[in-house]
Design a protein around this ligand. Structure first.
Ligand code: PHE
Length: 439
C-alpha cells in the first residue's frame, strides 16, 4: 500500500512546460552555443538534429512509456513492470546520474545567480575584455562566493520541489517557460539586427562539412542526450505523474521540438552578436560568462539586455534543476517512505556537500560531468530503450502510445517508432560506446 496518494500533473500543458523546462537549461544556453562554435556551426546543428530525432526521441518515448505505465519512481518502475528482475538497476543508475549532474549543475546555476547580480549592478560597462576575463577568473577562484551562490541556487530549486509536482513544479514552469521563450526571442531579434551580424547568421545556417570529424558526432550525441535530459530517469519520473489519457507521442515530440527550437534561438541570440563584434566563435565554456558580458558592454542598451539574458539563464537552470532534484526526491519518498519535506531536506544536504566538492576541485567537477553526461546517461538511455522495446515489447509499446487503442496511430508510423526504439537507438548508442572506449 502506498503511504500517501501520488502527486500528478493537472493538465497536458503543465506536463509539456515541465518537460520542456527540464530540457531547456544550461545545456541550451551555455553548452550548445559553445559546442556549435567549436564544431563548425551549421554542420554540427544538422548532425545534432539528426540525433535528436533518430536517437533522442526514441529514448524519450521509451522513458515516457515506462514512467507512465508504472506510475512509480526510478527503480520501482522497473520493479513493478518486471518483478524479480535485475532491471531495477537502471533506475538506481538514473538516480546516481541525477545526483552527479545536479552537484555540478548547481555550481554553474550559482554562477548565473552571481552574473545576474552583476548585471543588475551594471558591472559589465567597463568593456575591457581583459577586465571581464579577470572578473570571471577572480569569481571562479573564490570558494566562498561560489559557495554562497551554489547555496542560493540549490535553495531556490529545493523551494520549488518541496511544494510538490502540481503546486510547485507545474505552477512554476507554467509561468517561467513562456517568459523564457519571450526573453530569448527578444535577444535573438536584437542580436540578428546588429550591423555586421550577417556572417554569424550564415555560420548558424550554412553548413561547413570540412570541420566535421568523428568528435563532432560524439559531441552532438552527447549534447542531444544532455539537452533532452535523457538516460537519467528524469523523463520517466515526470511521466509517472502523467494521467493515463495523455498523448505520449504528441507530448514527446513537442518536448523535443521545444528544446531544439530553444537551442537554435539561443544560437541566434549569441552567434550573430559574436560575429558582429569580431570575436572568435570557438571560445569554449567561457562564452557565456566572459564573451557575452563583453558584447553586452558594447551593445547599445546592453546593460538591459544583459539583465534579461542572465534572468533567462537562471530561469532555464532552475526549471532543469528542479527536474533533476525531483528524481532523487521521488526515489527517497518511495523507497524509504519519507515525507516530501524530509526527502528534500536530505537531498539538499547531500547535493550541497557534493557541490562544495565541485567548487573546491575542478577535477571533481569534470569527473562528475564526464561520468554523468558521457557515461551514465548513455548507458541509461541504452537500458531504457532495450527495456521498452524488448521487455515490454510490441504490445506494451503499442498500448502506451495509443492509450490502449483510444488514440489512432497508423500501423506504418508505429512500425517506424518501434524500429527506432528496438534497433536504431540501441545500435547508435552501442556504436558510440565502442567508439568512445577505443578513443
Ligand atoms: N537538459 C538540461 C539542460 O539542458 C540538463 C538536464 C540533464 C536536466 C539531465 C535533467 C536531467 O540543461
Amino acid at each position: 500500500m502506498e503511504p500517501t496518494k501520488r502527486d500528478s500533473f493537472a493538465s497536458s500543458f503543465g506536463v509539456l512546460v515541465a518537460l520542456a523546462g527540464s530540457a531547456v537549461g544550461l545545456g541550451n544556453l551555455w553548452r550548445f552555443p559553445y559546442l556549435v562554435g567549436q564544431n563548425g556551426g551549421a554542420a554540427f546543428i544538422l548532425i545534432y538534429l539528426g540525433f535528436v530525432f533518430l536517437v533522442g526521441l526514441p529514448v524519450l518515448l521509451a522513458e515516457f512509456i515506462i514512467g507512465r505505465r508504472s506510475q512509480a519512481s526510478a527503480r520501482k518502475a522497473f520493479h513493478k513492470l518486471a518483478p524479480g528482475s535485475w532491471w531495477g538497476i537502471t533506475g538506481v543508475l538514473g538516480v546516481i546520474c541525477c545526483i552527479l549532474i545536479i552537484s555540478f549543475y548547481s555550481v554553474v546555476g550559482g554562477w548565473s545567480t552571481e552574473y545576474l547580480y552583476k548585471a543588475l549592478c551594471f558591472d559589465f560597462t567597463a568593456g575591457d575584455p581583459q577586465a571581464l576575463r579577470t572578473m570571471f577568473d577572480t569569481f571562479s577562484a573564490s570558494v566562498w562566493r561560489q559557495l554562497v551562490c551554489h547555496t542560493i541556487f540549490l535553495a531556490l530549486t529545493a523551494g520549488v520541489v518541496v511544494a510538490g509536482v502540481q503546486n510547485g513544479i507545474e505552477k512554476f514552469s507554467k509561468v517561467m517557460m513562456p517568459m523564457l521563450f519571450l526573453i530569448i526571442i527578444g535577444i535573438a531579434v536584437r542580436s540578428m539586427t546588429l550591423p555586421g551580424s550577417g556572417p554569424g547568421i550564415s555560420y548558424l545556417f550554412k553548413p561547413d562539412w570540412s570541420k566535421v570529424t568523428s568528435q563532432t558526432f560524439l559531441a552532438a550525441l552527447g549534447q542531444a542526450f544532455f539537452s533532452l535530459s535523457l538516460g537519467s530517469c528524469m523523463v520517466m519520473t515526470y511521466a509517472s505523474y502523467v494521467k493515463k489519457d495523455a498523448h505520449i507521442l504528441a507530448l514527446g515530440t513537442q518536448t523535443a521540438i521545444s528544446d531544439v527550437l530553444f537551442a537554435i534561438l539561443a544560437g541566434c541570440a549569441i552567434m550573430p552578436a559574436v560575429f558582429a563584434f569580431g570575436i572568435s566563435p570557438g571560445e569554449g565554456p567561457d562564452l557565456v560568462f566572459v564573451t557575452l558580458p563583453h558584447i553586452f558592454s558594447q551593445l547599445p542598451m546592453g546593460g538591459v539586455v544583459a539583465i534579461f539574458f542572465f534572468v533567462a539563464l537562471l530561469l532555464a537552470a532552475l526549471t532543469s534543476g528542479i527536474s533533476i532534484l525531483e528524481v532523487i526526491v521521488a526515489f527517497c519518498m518511495e523507497e524509504f517512505k519519507m515525507k516530501r519535506k524530509v526527502a528534500v531536506a536530505l537531498t539538499f544536504l547531500l547535493i550541497w556537500v557534493l557541490g562544495c566538492l565541485c567548487i573546491v576541485s575542478s577535477k571533481v567537477f569534470s569527473l562528475f560531468e564526464f561520468l554523468s553526461a558521457e557515461c551514465l546517461m548513455l548507458i541509461g538511455g541504452l537500458l531504457v530503450v532495450l527495456f521498452a522495446g524488448w521487455k515490454l515489447g510490441r504490445k506494451g509499446v503499442f498500448e502506451e502510445l495509443t492509450n490502449g487503442g483510444d488514440i489512432r496511430l497508423s500501423p506504418r508510423m508505429f512500425e517506424i517508432l518501434l524500429f527506432l526504439i528496438r534497433f536504431v537507438a540501441p545500435v547508435a548508442l552501442l556504436a558510440i560506446a565502442v567508439f568512445q572506449i577505443h578513443e
